[in-house]
Design a protein around this ligand. Structure first.
Ligand SMILES: *[C@@H]1O[C@H](CO)[C@@H](O)[C@H](O)[C@H]1NC(C)=O
Ligand SMILES: *[C@@H]1O[C@H](CO)[C@@H](O)[C@H](O)[C@H]1NC(C)=O
Ligand SMILES: *[C@@H]1O[C@H](CO)[C@@H](O)[C@H](O)[C@H]1NC(C)=O
Ligand SMILES: *[C@@H]1O[C@H](CO)[C@@H](O)[C@H](O)[C@H]1NC(C)=O
Ligand SMILES: CC(=O)N[C@H]1CO[C@H](CO)[C@@H](O)[C@@H]1O
Length: 233
């Protein structure tokens, strides 16, 4: 079981290499750019010649801003803030976030940690990302693991809203049964104790990083179960 993902990754790389570099196109596939962001293999822009890179890696360039449309139930646009071609990572920020005030996006429920493996590039989480949950609780919770999120929500019906981080260090027993999950999103944080809601929102505006050069074995359950609160409940 330990060996399997590596083998899959290797075959994945080979398969990608073959599909991304058909010998007909190399000459035309110059680096393009959107704003200040250089776009090159494996990514492409719509305006790049056909055959350069794979369509699943096509980014949208509008007004010098690069976005990646990802399917999260419905399509959701993520700004591509950074691409590290050395580390094979992209840093994505939800394009719907309001930079001027704390407002939490309500993503549809799905297995975030498997997301968006179902379609498109095999992005996967990398170290440092955790799943942030927004909880709505029946009573006030006083715990360093819960950060008051009431300033970020406009739901008068549930006055006790909290940020709650769940990662592989978190214990299910830390989840208070008087709460229910309202929203979830990936964030580059591993500990929210002592942070304010605006600290957390600032970090959300920094987005999260995903590794793009990994071939996922969709049938391997270990990719999807490692730190999902929903799966453990
Ligand atoms: C995009 O950036 C280029 C170069 O910096 C600039 O000339 C152009 O006006 C910008 N376009 C928009 C829509 O901002
Ligand atoms: C849940 O929160 C309530 C109110 O703060 C507290 O009384 C209760 O002990 C908590 N339960 C757990 C399991 O932490
Ligand atoms: C909510 O926002 C107000 C005004 O900015 C601030 O004074 C207050 O401390 C915030 N409350 C929390 C719990 O962050
Ligand atoms: C989280 O941060 C708090 C405050 O900075 C610190 O006291 C605590 O030890 C940290 N917890 C972990 C698990 O790192
Ligand atoms: C679900 C998943 O793939 N989680 C992984 C996120 O990244 C860390 C560090 O690379 C892994 O340990 C997790 O298994």
């Amino acid at each position: 079981m330990l060996v399997k993902p590596k083998i899959v990754a290797l075959f994945g790389l080979m398969a990608l290499a073959v599909s991304l570099f058909p010998d007909t196109c190399m000459a035309d596939c110059a680096t393009s750019s959107c704003g200040n962001l250089p776009i090159k293999s494996p990514f492409r822009l719509h305006s790049d010649p056909k055959g350069c890179s794979s369509p699943e890696y096509e980014l949208v360039c509008e007004n010098n801003r690069t976005t990646l449309p990802l399917k999260l139930g419905a399509y959701q646009n993520f700004l591509v803030e950074e691409i590290s071609y050395d580390k094979y990572t992209v840093r994505l920020v939800d394009a719907s976030l309001d930079r001027n005030k704390c407002s939490i996006p309500y993503y549809p429920f799905l297995k975030f940690q498997c997301w968006p493996y179902q379609n498109g590039p095999s992005f996967r989480n990398i170290t440092g990302n955790s799943i942030m949950y927004v909880l709505s609780c029946n009573m006030p919770i006083s715990s360093p693991l819960y950060v008051d999120a009431s300033n970020c929500t406009n739901s008068p019906s549930s006055p006790h809203t909290y940020f709650f981080l769940f990662n592989n260090q978190a214990k299910l027993s830390d989840f208070n049964e008087s709460c229910r999950i309202e929203a979830q999103f990936p964030v580059m944080l591993s500990n929210i104790s002592g942070l304010s809601a605006s600290d957390i929102y600032f970090q959300m505006l920094m987005g999260f990083e995903l590794n793009y050069w990994v071939w996922i074995d969709y049938n391997s359950p270990e990719y999807c179960t490692s730190f999902s609160l929903l799966d453990k409940m």
